[in-house]
Ligand binder design. Sequence first.
Ligand code: ASP
Length: 332
Amino acid sequence: MSAVLPLPRLLVLSLGGTITMTASADGGILPTLGAAELVAAVPGLAEVAQIEARSPLKVGSASLTLENIAAVAADISAGFAQGVDGAIVIQGTDTIEETAFALDLLVQDERPVVVVGAMRGPQQPGADGPANLHAAALVAISKEARGLGALVVMNDEIHAARFVRKAHTALTSAFVSEMAGPLGLVAEGRVRMLARVVRPSLPALAVTGALPPVALLKIAMGDDGRLLRAVPELGFAGLVIEGAGAGHVPAAIAASVGEVAAQMPVVLASRTLAGPVFERTYAYPGSEIDLLTRGVLCAGLLTGVKARLLLTLALACGWDRTALARAFTAYG
Ligand code: ASP
């Protein structure tokens, strides 16, 4: 007679997003459903895991804050300390890539943390929420997904937090990892990992309470530097610039970048959103070599929104310039 193994334990935290949204009386959809209702709507989910479902928030994901996600990270770490085998965070897709990367930085554990959402609401034809949640649960309890940090599971694909990006406003295939491809997929109820992600080992980023404000500035053709020069007086503690191409700004504002970098950490990312920020190719005024000489740090392969999260958490932990440079180099 074979012993019946207990089901794996799964913590499911819901923060809102389209996956939770139902029709409002005034038109449009609003977050109304909680984690327990979402779990109950997925056929067969109760047979794969023993689920603890909680709903700390019910918001559109553009309203989430890094403080919210730090609290979620603390809940997940507490769940792991109490023996859960994996964790799922349900939220809106608009900022999934930010939540996933923040959790990747904040949760130090081998066990999977999976962030999931839906492109279509539960009342829309072809609602993708239940299938996404089912796939996320299979990944979150799988041995194969251990040690990969936070993951995003959407459209049956498994993405690494450091690479994933929402690249379309509407399609269920909106999530891509241009620089690495998805790490794996879920098919026939089985988690199939195709690749493993290299995870930089950084010192622990333990944060609580209010976090320092970090600005994110995208540079466009003809930018005259007005917003850039306003950043210090607006009280920001750091700045991420999304430069053009491999990390470039108009020559006319290069000196202003240097002036801001003398007052606070300034990190240079690329608005291209794929590929590394260069460090040693172009030498004209406003080029990456010029800006690095003027004191900016290079975001490496991190997009602007992810570089902003790392800079915010690192500043909250009091990291100095050397530690910041080391951390961003690790993502290069
Ligand atoms: N606007 C929604 C949100 O991010 C979109 C979604 O959930 O997919 O909350």
